[in-house]
Design a protein around this ligand. Structure first.
Ligand code: FAD
Length: 150
């Protein structure tokens, strides 16, 4: 039975200004350090100004982090897609992936996730995809991308 011990929050947002590969790399490293400190795992995906992020950890910690991310002036149009308790995290570590672009610049960074190139393990141990992963795959396919006007 799922408990509040692992809580997942999925949201999408739009960048307010263009993120260079260097700025994305900085965001990845900062987020990795911060999230590791508070026991949060997940994934951050960026495509052409649209962000998709899964945060997972203790519910209070995840909600507090999401509030902080929500007031970050670098993005807007933040829309939560999913909040749920799960039996176990879907993303064991903190990572960032890209639908396309920036792989060359960021491929060597710890935490860089190139599953968009390599393919992606859809199934959980139970053989069923989690909703967070389904949403991620839908984002990869072009859904939920936020209107970007930069
Ligand atoms: P600092 O990094 O020192 O930031 C202090 C303040 O400056 C914050 O208000 C911050 O919003 C602002 N700031 C920092 N860099 C810039 C910049 N280049 N331009 C303008 N303002 C800036 N943080 C996490 O810890 N974990 C995450 O998973 C995470 N995901 C994010 C996803 C997205 C799409 C975005 C846009 C930001 C994300 N952040 C994440 C960053 C988060 O919003 C805060 O900036 C960060 O948590 C603050 O870290 P800090 O307390 O160490 O302060």
């Amino acid at each position: 039975m799922a408990s509040d011990a692992t809580f997942q929050l999925v949201y999408v947002s739009a960048a307010k200004a263009t993120f260079s590969p260097a700025a994305l790399g900085q965001l990845l490293m900062k987020s990795r350090v911060n999230n590791h400190r508070v026991g949060v795992s997940g994934i951050l995906v960026h495509h052409a100004g649209s962000f998709f992020q899964v945060l997972e950890g203790h519910r209070d910690v995840v909600e507090t982090l999401f509030r902080r991310i929500s007031i970050d002036p670098r993005h807007h149009r933040i829309q939560a897609l999913l909040r749920q308790s799960v039996a176990q995290p879907s993303f064991g570590d903190w990572s960032m992936g890209f639908v396309e672009g920036a792989q060359r610049e960021l491929g060597g960074l710890p935490g860089f996730n190139d599953f968009f190139r390599r393919g992606f393990e859809l199934t959980e141990v139970s053989g069923k995809a989690s909703s967070a992963k389904e949403l991620l795959l839908a984002f990869r396919a072009g859904r939920f991308r936020q209107f970007v006007d930069v």
